[in-house]
Structure formats: C-alpha cells, structure tokens
Write a protein that binds this ligand. Structure first.
Ligand code: MG
Length: 342
C-alpha cells in the first residue's frame, strides 16, 4: 500500500481577483494511492490564504503514507479517515487529497462511479456557475461574452461599493443570465450590505455568498432576517460541526472538498444541512478535473454547483467531468470518474 505525492502548480488562464487579492497560479499537490494493482487519484488545491502549501502537504502526506501502511482494508473509510484527520488539526486540503484518492481506489475496485454507489442519478447533476473575478468593466464584459454557455454567472464583489455596482452593470450590459454574488466577507456594515442586496435583488441575482466577515455572525443573522435574497455561508463553514453553527445566520452553506477534508465529510455535511432545512451549494478552489470530478459525484444532491475550477486552468492534467451547455456532465468511469492525461 503506497501513497505517492508530488507538487503541481495550477496555471490560470487569466489573473483572478477576489475581495482580498489577485493571483495567476495556485499551488497544488497530486496524490496517487496504489494497492493491489489499482491506483486511485487525489488532489490538494491550496490557495495561499487558506494557510496550506506544497511543503505542508508533503509533510502531512508523508505521515499519512506511514499510517496507511498499517491499514489492512482500504475500504474501511470510517476507520481510516478519522485516523488521517487526527494526524494534525488543519491540513484540510491534504486530507482531502487522501480522501479523494481512497474513494477513487474503492470505486475502481467496485467497478462503479461514486454517484452510483451513493444511489444518485447523474442526469440530475446541476448546471454550474462560471466565476468572474474582480476586474475592469471592459474585461468583465469580455469575460461575460466568453461565458455565454453558462446558465449562471457567479461574480466576485466586496472590494468597494462603486466597483461592485460597476461589475454588475458591466455584466448586465451583456446578458440577463442569472447571477450569483460572492462578497467574500467584503461588506462590513450591515445597513450598507442590506442596501446593496436590495439593489442586487432587482438585477436577477439568485443569492449572496458570505456577505460579511465571518466574525460578524450576529450582523449576518440580522441581515438574513431582512435580506430579499438567500445568504449562503462560505468562509463561515468549513467542516461538519460548522453547519449547525451557521444555521441561524444563513439560508444555506457552500461545501468545498478542500475545506472539509473530502468526499466522506462533504456527504455528511449535505445530509446535516438538509436536516436543518438549509440550501446546499457545492464549490471549489482552482482545481484540476481530479478534484472537480470528485465533487461532481455529489452534485446531484445539491441546489447549486460552482465547479468551474478546472475550466480556469491552462494545465489541467486530468479528463473527467465536463461542462456541456453549462451543465455538469459526469463520466461513467469508476471511482471519481477521471483519467490522467499528462
Ligand atoms: Mg466563496
């Protein structure tokens, strides 16, 4: 039983701006779990603001490899993954890489993709939004035209009021396609946030992701009671235990494999969110088709998907879930449904 890992830098097609920064690449680590003649693939994608790096992933995965060497049955994820989780308090992307690789290996052993193992209908996979980062009105208009196959456009707001309105006006000058907004904690004053949401609600916006800083949960609850649009927690929810904590302040949660340690926990979070009456969104970082296809296995369970991470890359090294006319289209390949192509 062997867990191999190697650094891989994800190169973006275009510089990508959010409320706090702009970047052109994302560090990642690719993982292979090999046992009994079968290889499972996994990936850790690590935007720097989340605190992991290729170095921290390498150190963690070396320890994970040592732990896996003592495992007798790789199917026993309820034994293995809590032990992997207990190796360190954070490292959620590195943990997700292990989780994804083990799921891929198990699915290949069973000869079935995970959406089938979970009893899901791949035809019910949702459309995915396409994300436009903070940019000049001219570039936003160009990106909007380039995104014409997508049925939902996700736009990053939260830098300042004038930029926010200019971004929306630029998109609306091109199309009436529904928009989802991600403020990335950028709105700090709840009255101003409410005024902005009311302005957005008149412009065919579907929901607002993380309007206020994660420390301002009381302000967010105030906003939720008045907002004409659903509020979806992102920075406020990482793992299973966070779902209940945010249920009084948001209408829904954005679940990402790299935040929550992988497919096993993501599935549990979806179940819990539903039990609490919350909407569910499935999101991503910039990731190859490896992690995107893993997340897509869960997508028939969710209300909204934002799984465009691989489309934004110049150097995707996997082939898997694709986006056809804006809709997530899963393969019938076993496991997480991918082939390595480079
Ligand atoms: Mg977000």
């Amino acid at each position: 039983m062997k867990l191999r890992h190697a650094p891989y830098t994800l190169e973006l097609r275009h510089a990508f701006g959010i409320a706090s920064n702009t970047r052109t690449s994302t560090p990642a680590t690719l993982v292979e779990f090999e046992h009994d003649g079968v290889t499972g693939y996994g990936e850790a994608a690590m935007p720097p603001y989340l605190g992991e790096s290729q170095a921290t992933a390498a150190a963690f995965l070396t320890r994970a490899d040592a732990l896996l060497a003592s495992v007798r049955d790789p199917f026993q994820l309820e034994e293995i993954l809590p032990a992997i989780d207990a190796l360190a308090p954070s490292n959620t992307a590195a943990k997700a890489a292990v989780d994804i690789a083990l799921h891929d290996w198990i699915g290949k052993k069973l000869g079935a993709p995970w959406h089938r193992i979970w009893g899901l209908d791949a035809a019910k996979a949702p459309v995915t939004s396409f994300t436009i980062g903070i940019d000049t009105p001219e570039i936003v208009r160009q990106k909007t035209r380039d995104a014409s196959i997508y049925k939902i456009i996700k736009v990053k707001l939260g830098r300042d009021d004038a930029t926010d309105r200019a971004m929306i006006d630029a998109i609306r000058a091109e199309t009436d396609t529904p928009i989802t907004v991600d403020a990335n904690q950028g709105w700090r004053e709840r009255g101003a946030a409410l005024a902005m949401i009311e302005w957005l609600a008149a412009r065919n916006v579907l929901f607002i992701e993380q309007p206020m800083p994660k420390e301002q949960l009381d302000d967010t609850a105030w906003l939720r009671d008045r907002s004409p649009l659903p509020l979806i927690a992102d920075e406020n929810v990482q793992r299973l235990a966070d779902v209940k904590k945010v249920s009084g302040a948001f209408h829904g949660v954005n679940i990402k494999l790299m935040k929550c340690t992988g497919l096993r926990e993501a599935h549990k979070m979806i179940v819990l969110a539903r039990a609490l009456g919350l909407k569910v969104m499935l999101g991503c970082m910039t990731e190859t088709s490896c992690a995107i296809s893993a997340a897509a296995q869960l997508s028939p369970l969710v209300d909204w998907a934002d799984l465009d991470g691989a489309v934004l890359l110049k150097n995707d090294c996997f082939r898997g879930t694709t986006i056809v006319d804006g809709k997530l289209t899963l393969t019938n390949l076993p496991g997480i449904g991918v082939e390595k192509i480079g």
